[in-house]
Design a protein around this ligand. Sequence first.
Ligand code: HEC
Length: 168
Amino acid sequence: MRIRLIVDTKLTMKSTSAKLLTIAAALIVGMASVSSSARRAQNPTPDFSHNTWDLPPDADKAKNPTAATPESIAQGKELFMSRKGNCVFCHGETGTGNEANLPKLRRKPANLADEKRMPHLSDGEIYWKITRGITGIMPSYDEPRLTSAERWNLVNFVRTLSAPKKPT
Ligand code: HEC
């Protein structure tokens, strides 16, 4: 009889603390959802779907001051692949797009290896696209992020991604 009583008390204590825990958890979840919906109301998810390039009208005419030497291309590649430029995060190593990250991106990156499209872009246009980016879609690489010389090296490297492949 005595043993039973003790067991009963223990059980009741257990279930009381379990109830308290449940209430506490419910309160926390409730508070979290209230504050996140309040945040959403203040900052609705911005709509980036219409954002586009804000290039100077004469972007096309900007002349590339950097010859596409192997050194310039190598430096551009280094920026493209490394964390400093991190173009690879969206565009992938070959320029066709980083498959692994596509689901995380708001917009599908342009195919920088497109042999039909890329030759129609002047060096100036590529330079300005890298410089300005598109708000919420592609970062701007203007100073202080990258120097102008670094961006021209990137232009020279980006060009190589769409160079016609030599038959192997
Ligand atoms: C966060 C993802 C992201 C990063 C990082 C990124 N881009 Fe882009 N890039 C895009 C998207 C998306 C587009 C297509 C935008 C559009 O046309 O609407 C694009 C377009 C471009 C274009 C224009 C191509 C065309 O056909 O007009 C160039 C050039 C380019 N990126 C180069 C770069 C370079 C070089 C870097 C690194 C310095 C870089 N991008 C980093 C997402 C990215």
